[in-house]
Write a protein that binds this ligand. Structure first.
Ligand code: ADP
Length: 347
């Protein structure tokens, strides 16, 4: 069976064609500059038309969808009611879900008879207990507008937890795992017996760790204070917190951890120290709430490739534990996870 995995961003489409269940990659690629000035590809429909011309037959399509809110707790076969649900989530994920939806609608138009599956970044974290996902805000905001912690990178966390169990030759249901996805976006998850019980990203991907350009946890009062001082509107403060902060904002040099590691600059060193310290705190907290940890798993650009950062994160972290966790590095593969989930749903 041939399964095409599609990840639509606002101006790009990443795709990978798998032969399943062999998990063999037949073809992969990236279409960029969609809808940008001067580009020949005016929308996702045109981009997907180009992709389908390169493909010789497809049995099903798996889409990455960023936000599924509380409606989608697992991958689903796409029908009109699912499309309505994904559209409803655009309100709380205005940067991501509209592009995901555009991809789904274009595929429906181009290949109306092919089954499509939506795999949600938030779904894996739908097992969080209420006390972990409700914020200390008026409860009414949760009921009216769905303001709560959702968590993201779920497909990646689930994939590496599953792989970790396979490597450790133990059932996932018997393990306490902390997964650290450290790329440009960074998040960390506590996985108790196969279920996500807490995660660092929140209502949006802004919460939690210090990231490439996102600030992560800060005192919320800082937001209104900066807005007042700099006379900023909502989109300006949003840009500062999402695009000008994190490693980039602290170092004033770059959001790229490789550049910071090579630099001798004081603020570059400080940015790395803050990055590491925040991760240590989360690992400590998640070890405490799970009552121990069997494995800590690192993935994504920094997690997979920057040994020095991994060593500094783990340094002295588990000296108090009788049973030391295994430290694993597992390359993430969200596309494969989406292909697996699509295959399992339609086979
Ligand atoms: P994204 O979240 O955009 O998918 P990545 O997982 O590619 O990001 O991670 C990007 C981060 O990983 C950057 O800070 C980069 O410096 C760091 N990094 C370290 N080594 C590599 C590598 N070999 N390839 C890509 N990124 C790397």
């Amino acid at each position: 069976m041939q399964i095409l995995v599609i990840n639509c961003g606002s101006s790009s489409i990443k795709y990978r064609l798998f032969r399943m269940p062999e998990e063999f990659v037949i073809l992969k690629g990236l279409i960029e500059h969609i809808g940008e000035k001067g580009s020949k590809i005016k929308d996702h429909y045109c981009g997907l038309k180009i992709i389908f011309k390169k493909i010789n037959g497809v049995d099903a399509i798996g889409h990455r969808v960023v936000h599924g809110a509380e409606k989608f707790k697992q991958p689903v076969l796409i029908n009109n009611s699912v499309i309505k649900g994904i559209r409803a989530c655009c309100r709380i994920a205005p940067l991501h879900n509209p592009a995901n939806l555009a991809g789904i609608l274009a595929c429906k138009k181009l290949l109306p008879d092919i089954k499509q599956v939506a795999v949600f970044d938030t779904a894996f974290h739908q097992t969080l207990p209420e006390y972990a996902y409700i914020y200390g805000l008026p409860y009414e905001y949760y009921r009216r507008w769905g303001i709560r912690k959702y968590g993201f990178h779920g497909t990646s966390h689930e994939y590496i937890a599953y792989e970790a169990a396979r490597i450790l030759k133990k059932p996932l249901t018997k393990l306490k795992i902390i997964t650290c996805h450290l790329g440009n976006g960074c998040s960390i998850t506590a996985i108790n017996r196969g279920k996500s019980i807490d995660t660092s990203m929140g209502f949006t991907p802004l919460e939690g760790l210090v990231m490439g350009t996102r600030c992560g946890d800060i005192d919320p009062a800082v937001v209104t204070y900066i807005m007042q001082k700099k006379k900023l509107d909502i989109s300006q403060i949003d840009d500062i917190l999402n695009k000008e902060s994190g490693l980039k904002g602290i170092s004033g040099l770059s959001n790229d951890m490789r550049i910071l590691e090579r630099s001798l600059d004081k603020r570059a060193k400080l940015a790395i120290e803050i990055f590491i310290y925040r991760i240590k705190k989360y690992i400590g907290a998640y070890t405490a709430v799970m009552g121990g940890v069997d494995a800590v798993v690192f993935t994504a650009g920094i997690g997979e490739n920057q040994k020095g950062i991994r060593q500094r994160i783990c340094w002295g972290l588990f000296t108090h534990l009788k049973n030391k966790p295994k430290i694993l590095v597992i390359p993430t593969n969200e596309e494969l996870m989406i292909a697996r989930q699509t295959y399992n749903l339609i086979k």
